[in-house]
Design a protein around this ligand. Sequence first.
Ligand SMILES: C[S@@+](CC[C@H](N)C(=O)[O-])C[C@H]1O[C@@H](n2cnc3c(N)ncnc32)[C@H](O)[C@@H]1O
Length: 196
Amino acid sequence: MIPQDLINEHLTVSMKRPTGKKMRDKSLRWVVHSGYKILDKIGTDEKILDIGCGWNLFKPHRPNLIGIDPIFDEADVKVAFQDFETTEKFDVILCLGVLHFGTLEDIKSLIEKLTGMIKPGGKVFWRCATESEIWYQYAWTKQMHYDFVKEFNYTIVELEDEYMFNKNFDPNFDEESMADQQPEKIARLYAQWVKN
Ligand SMILES: C[S@@+](CC[C@H](N)C(=O)[O-])C[C@H]1O[C@@H](n2cnc3c(N)ncnc32)[C@H](O)[C@@H]1O
């Protein structure tokens, strides 16, 4: 297993750049599938676990959410998922930009763990890297989704390449005209699984 401390050390620097928080919130509006669009697919009284919640940006929209993250004070529980203990079962688990750190074995063991926390019929939403942009980042494929749902007994409801408006994070990007603009493909997959 890649030591979590090394991952935390790197992410603490890369995610807390001065423009970080503002741009991060915007990026959840700019991303086509795996940002705030997910809120349309989650009921207001569903119980949600947000793994790797970062600034916990979904929380104001769904107060019935527990956000966990090892480096962010905004998390409800400041812990890495492998060390998170609960007896609760969730209707929804968000894994957005997080279960692509570590080796394939690390990822598999975290999926096994989250499977113990999801209710039958519960939904898992994914944003996974398809390129190893950092040494500790694993590049997912669509085949991995097919293999994992078979192994852990889920059904894939959605599995899409991810697209984004303003992929280069131009600070002058005009959000008003987003509807007229074409989003560009990014090195991420979006998926929704449902637990059988
Ligand atoms: C790229 S950010 C994604 C943040 C947020 N989910 C989003 O979509 O904007 C990845 C987050 O995962 C967290 N993280 C990394 N390893 C983790 C682990 N093992 N368990 C829980 N969170 C982790 C990081 O601290 C970081 O905040």
